[in-house]
Design a protein around this ligand. Structure first.
Ligand code: 0RQ
Length: 493
């Protein structure tokens, strides 16, 4: 091998306190694992010796437990962006010990290019192959890796033989130029390719290769329950009706779908709805259900930045790579989530809300206005430019003590101007081109849990009139009732 091989511990010993590191990974897929774990161990021993040791870590989205989990547990993070979904990391962020910026995921590579995230000392990237002339074959995600590899002073590769070199051809690496020299992205259908199979770097920047053999740490899914199944059916029936009404073309439109159990249930319901034709995905994450739908013909093509699939599903893909090669493309997140492409291709976006207010503003990221759950992720990249933007949520949380439908969101991620359709297990509120008053009525009557409808109606009856009726002193009465008495039902209007 043309490069120096080293252990993860040797690699970690090269990192300095305060270094800014771009790690591969978008969700646990393709995330660096061995080196961040060794960095966490190094941090622990430095701390034990009374020395400061923290890094700045930028990834595509969340990382796995061997990245986010270990670094948070070792108190090794000075700064983290743009998304996370790890319990220890969440604790550190909400306690104020980890500085974190919740960021639109398509913007992260741009902010790196613009210098907004500082100079990068390192790119630590998982690869399936590295050639002597510096061609890097990425694994199950692209994320920010091309940008990190380009900008970082030095590179360390985790060469993970768990992943198959058969992945070659599945990636499409393309970077936009910085303004004012930017042209349109030459992608006009979901399956178009405009880039290269590998990321090309200056080989002299690669200071070491760490050999590993580790699967992605992608968790399984809960079986769909009665509520997620109903939400999925409501979305799928709404889309079928839109097509029947001629508002979605007969060849259908590409779908973006978030992560998690509701997203899985929505795709499942779409796959079994006879009125929805074969469709394509133009999304950020491909989960197990997408692979099944490509196999059974419900889905034509899938474009994303990560293959966030369980190990058995990944094996299925590697064993049947010929079939999947012309059905999946993995792009940098700047491209997979690019608003220019979302608008051009007419993407229907489907994401999950934590809470929705009566006027259609959506909170996807915070609990009771203050504590971060995961982050906005790619939901804003797609929502703002979508052909139809949809948000799903169960009508209640915490056994009914919290209503997902509230007078005013306690944190705003997606505004009423970008949110088209809201769906719960009870039904669909189609907010398109409606007034604030009409939106409130639709959300209360169609989506809110029946046990909360009278309370929400009492709020609307009591508020000061205006284009968007609202009484600021009462707008958070339901949240306050939960915070003080543990139950939103106790709000009085
Ligand atoms: O809490 O974990 O303590 O039980 O939030 O909620 O219902 O299990 O649903 O796992 O799909 O997460 C929005 C957080 C939903 C997720 C969110 C509590 C609830 C539970 C989780 P527990 P569920 P999910 C893709 C694109 C980011 C935006 C996005 C998410 C926990 O989907 O992070 O879609 N989305 N990005 O009890 C208090 C409420 C609550 C509440 C739910 N109103 N108040 N707690 N919970 N609603 C991501 C990427 O870009 C990679």
């Amino acid at each position: 091998m043309a490069y120096k091989t080293m252990t993860a511990e040797e690699a970690a010993s090269l990192i300095k306190n305060g270094d800014n590191i771009a790690f591969s990974g978008f969700t646990p897929a393709g995330a660096a694992k061995a080196i961040p774990t060794a960095i966490a161990e190094r941090a622990k021993s430095e701390h034990a010796a009374g020395r400061e040791f923290k890094i700045k870590a930028i990834t595509g989205a969340s990382g796995g437990p061997s990245l986010d989990g270990v670094l948070a547990q070792a108190d090794a993070l000075e700064y983290r962006a743009p998304y996370q979904s790890n319990a220890d990391m969440r604790k550190g962020i909400n306690a104020g010990s980890i500085n974190f910026t919740d960021m639109h995921l398509s913007m992260t590579p741009q902010y790196m290019n613009y210098g907004f995230l500082g100079k990068f000392d390192w790119a630590i990237v998982e690869a399936a192959e590295v050639s002597e002339n510096g061609e890097i074959l990425l694994t199950t995600s692209v994320g920010i890796s091309p940008t990190g590899l380009k900008l970082a002073d030095k590179i360390i590769i985790e060469l993970n033989e768990y992943h198959s070199p058969k992945l070659r051809g599945m990636h499409d690496i393309y970077e936009t130029a910085n303004p004012p020299y930017r042209r349109e992205i030459p992608i006009y259908t979901c399956s178009d390719r405009c880039g290269t199979e590998t990321v090309k770097v200056d080989p002299s920047k690669i200071v070491g290769i760490v050999l590993t053999n580790r699967p992605d740490e992608v968790g399984g899914f809960k079986e769909a329950d009665a509520i997620t199944t109903k939400v999925g059916e409501n979305v799928s029936n709404f889309l079928a009706a839109e097509m029947k009404a001629g508002r979605i073309p007969a060849e259908f439109l590409p779908i973006q779908s978030g992560v998690g159990n509701i997203a899985n249930a929505v795709l499942g319901a779409m796959g079994s709805n006879p009125d929805i034709p074969q469709f394509s995905m133009f999304s950020e994450v491909l989960q197990d259900s997408v692979i099944d739908m490509l196999e059974n013909g419900h889905m034509k093509f899938a474009s994303a930045t990560s293959l966030t699939v369980t190990s058995p599903k990944l094996k299925e893909i590697y064993d049947n790579i010929k079939f999947f090669h012309d059905k999946i493309v993995l792009r940098p997140q700047e491209i997979s989530n690019n608003p220019e492409l979302v608008r051009r291709l007419g993407i229907i976006s489907i994401n999950t809300a934590i809470e929705v207010d009566l006027f259609g503003n959506v909170n996807s990221s915070h609990i009771m206005g203050k504590n971060l759950m995961n982050g906005i992720g790619g939901s804003g990249d797609f929502t703002r430019s979508a052909y139809i933007s949809i948000f799903t949520t169960p009508a209640v949380a915490k056994g009914g003590l919290i209503s997902a439908f509230v007078p005013l969101v306690s944190h705003a991620d997606h505004s009423e101007h970008s949110v088209n359709v809201v769906v719960s297990e009870y039904g669909v509120a189609d907010l398109r081109c409606k007034t604030p008053m009409q939106r409130a009525e639709l959300i209360i009557n169609n989506c809110a849990a029946p046990e909360y409808r009278d309370l929400l109606r009492a709020y609307m009856a009591s508020v000061a009139k205006g284009h968007t009726p609202q009484t600021l002193s009462k707008a958070y009465a339901m949240h306050e009732a939960f915070v003080k008495e543990g139950d939103m039902h106790k709000a009085v209007f």
